[in-house]
Design a protein around this ligand. Structure first.
Ligand code: UD1
Length: 429
């Protein structure tokens, strides 16, 4: 398994770069793979039973490699066969190591998975992209209501419970990760849990379906109130994640700014309606039938004002790619980031292309008085890094994006994907 586990691997990655020779429209078709953010909690849910839980359509990305390493470190087994991953055997250890927790935010799913299966978890605070403080209070508040004791010891979080019981939990914000952790715990708790103001993201529907296939008794996924009747035991199952709406949205943004005609298969338009609305308002055309989403653009974009918000509104994970597009738009655009408080690291990098991107508080103001020019930019996080790659697609000349390992966390070889649509994008050492 390829996994960035030591400093030498990381140094090698840091020497890599993505080179974009832009100026060509994107033309062709592609299949959208399973969503990273659906697969990760589903793999964690595999720890809730000794039987095998098989997840199909798992992309080859480093966040999933890290999750498989984490499952193995905890004593269970995780095997990949092509795009299928199976998790089986019970976890035997309750401590998550600092190394893996620091690599990815999704180590947070061990909170629910280990507490529900072993009654205890000890872990450092999860790492991942540096896009905000990302506290765990909503997770811990819910777990405490279900009977867990959660305390910080020597900079680590320890949660334990003799037995978890159902509870009425009102979340102060519809946190995706907290909803998923509480669903896992509630599935094996005694009695009924009601989650109010829970997140409605499609990835939560995938997790609920996976848990239900494992024997859980869950209703209400996709709405803000979910109910879970706890069961004594869960069993093995096969489950599929929803398609990756952020990968599809990134392709939509790339076509919007570079121009072209691309058909995407395997993605339901319902997962992307807010994103489609925004790119259409910017000047792209999106048409859908039951099998395909077709994006066309002549790269003549209009300025916009957009705010990010929880599903079904415009996703924060598409904010950097939208900002890359708006650097090409005529006029002045405003983007408000309401979900994470520190998610504008890509703004300074985009301004290296000649765009004027000014940020203040939760708002960015974007305009480009002069034509954009090629530049060397540095990825600072996953989605911001992808935004830098696509931002260079509309410019004649050679741009470079440093630190591509951030992008590998969530995109299965983004240069190859863009090459399959006719772009000139390569990875170089
Ligand atoms: C998930 C996604 C991430 C996406 C985000 C929002 C995964 C693996 N990651 O992250 O790609 O950008 O949803 O759509 O699915 N918050 C608190 N206290 C908490 C929990 C969250 O204050 O206990 C805050 C966060 O700091 C953030 C906001 O709530 O400002 C949203 O966070 P949340 O929905 O929990 O995001 P994640 O689950 O971490």
């Amino acid at each position: 398994m390829e996994f960035l586990s030591d400093a030498s691997d990381m140094t090698m990655c840091d020497k890599q770069k993505i080179v974009v020779r832009g100026g060509k429209p994107l033309v062709g078709s592609l299949q959208i793979h399973g969503a990273k953010n659906a697969v990760l909690p589903m793999l964690a849910a595999g720890l809730l039973t000794e039987d095998g839980v098989s997840v199909s359509d798992c992309p080859h990305i480093s966040d999933i490699d890290a999750m498989l390493a984490l499952v193995g470190e905890l004593g269970a087994k995780a095997e990949r066969k092509g795009r299928n991953v199976i998790v089986y055997g019970r976890a035997t250890r309750t401590c998550v190591s600092g190394q893996l927790a620091s690599v990815m935010r999704s180590s947070m799913f061990m909170l629910g998975a280990l507490l529900a299966s072993l009654g205890e978890v000890k872990m450092p605070l999860p790492g991942g992209c540096d896009i905000g403080a990302r506290p765990l209070d909503i997770h811990l508040d819910g777990l405490r209501k279900m009977g867990a004791i959660c305390e910080f010891e020597d900079g680590e979080l320890r949660c334990y419970a003799k037995a978890l019981h159902g509870a009425d939990i009102v979340m102060r914000y519809p946190s995706v990760g907290a909803t998923e952790n509480l669903l896992m715990c509630a599935s094996l708790a005694t009695g009924r849990t009601t989650l109010v103001n829970c997140a409605r993201e499609p990835e939560i529907i995938s997790l609920a379906r996976c848990l239900r296939a494992m024997g859980a008794n869950i209703t209400g996924e996709g709405t803000s109130v979910m109910t879970v009747e706890g069961v004594r035991k869960l069993h093995g199952a096969s489950a599929s994640p929803c398609a990756d709406r952020i990968v599809a949205g990134t392709v939509m943004a790339a076509v919007a700014l570079a121009g072209g005609d691309v058909s995407m298969y395997g993605i339901s338009p319902n997962l992307l309606s807010s994103v489609t609305d925004v790119f259409q308002a910017a000047g792209a055309s999106v048409t859908c039938d039951s099998a395909c989403m077709r994006v066309r653009s002549d790269a003549d974009l209009r300025a916009l004002s957009v705010s990010t918000a929880p599903f079904p509104l415009f996703p924060t994970d598409m904010q950097p790619q939208l900002m890359a597009c708006l650097c090409y738009a005529k006029g002045v655009s405003f983007v408000r980031e309401t979900v994470f408080e520190n998610r504008f690291a890509h703004a300074e990098e985009l301004s290296r292309l000649g765009a004027r991107v000014v940020t203040g508080g939760d708002v960015a103001c974007i305009s480009s008085p002069e034509p954009l020019h090629p530049a060397v930019m540095s990825a600072k996080d996953l989605r911001g890094g992808a935004a830098l790659v696509i931002s260079a697609l509309g410019i004649d000349g050679e741009s470079e994006i440093l630190n591509p390992h951030f992008i590998d966390r969530g995109y299965e070889d983004l240069p190859k994907l863009l090459r399959s649509l006719g772009a000139d994008v390569t990875r170089q050492i």
